[in-house]
Design a protein around this ligand. Structure first.
Ligand code: COA
Length: 166
């Protein structure tokens, strides 16, 4: 069987999410997490005070649905990543990194000093991404995530990670 490997993206198109993007963002979220967020839940979060949601589309494809998104929320000089997800078929192409870089630039220009997030200690890909951006562990929440399925009932810990801007 011939396998096609997706290449890394070079010049993606990143913008703020629009209401037309919400169905696709809800699909990506459901494909990425055990409990996906409905369009309604996502719409409310995106519209909430201090929220910033960035979406990434393919180069030159302004009218195409997003391949990934990041949602963060700012309060005073601190911010948190609420969620980030890339379409499963487009992972490992640099999308997560482009989105995090863009979110960080936006927050820095809004005078944010520290960015926080919580990540499941078993989520190697996300932890790899955050560490490569300079996030460090700032705490741990024991048993924060409940088991994903009947076969895997053990709760897992959340790592609290923090990035301080200079
Ligand atoms: C985490 C996630 C957003 C990364 O998105 P992505 O578009 O695949 O990430 P990128 O291609 O930009 O990778 C950036 C870096 O992340 C790390 N990374 C990505 N996938 C990885 C994997 N499977 N294993 C280890 N590190 C990985 C690497 O450091 C990588 O840099 P490199 O390609 O230069 O080695 C994606 O895996 C995802 O949507 N996961 C499901 C949702 C999720 O867990 N979100 C995070 C919740 S806290």
């Amino acid at each position: 069987m011939i396998q096609f490997f997706q290449t890394k993206l070079t010049s993606p198109y990143i913008t703020g999410a629009t209401s037309e993007d919400i169905p696709q963002l809800s699909t990506i979220h459901s494909q990425s997490f055990t409990r996906g967020w409905s369009k309604n839940e996502l719409g409310k979060l995106i519209g909430s005070q201090g929220a910033l949601c960035l979406v990434l589309r393919q180069e030159g494809k302004i009218d195409q649905p997003p391949m990934g998104f990041v949602l963060c929320r700012q309060a005073s000089d601190e911010a948190e990543i609420i969620t980030i997800a890339t379409e499963p078929k487009n992972r490992k192409r640099g999308i997560g990194r482009f989105l995090m870089d863009a979110a960080i630039r936006n927050l820095q220009s809004d005078r944010v000093k520290s960015l926080f997030l919580e990540v499941d200690e078993t989520n190697a890909s996300a932890i790899g991404l955050y560490r490569s951006l300079g996030f460090v562990q700032a705490g741990e929440r024991k048993g924060y995530y409940s088991g994903q399925s009947d076969d895997e009932k053990q709760p897992t810990n959340a790592l609290v990670m923090r990035l301080d801007f200079q």
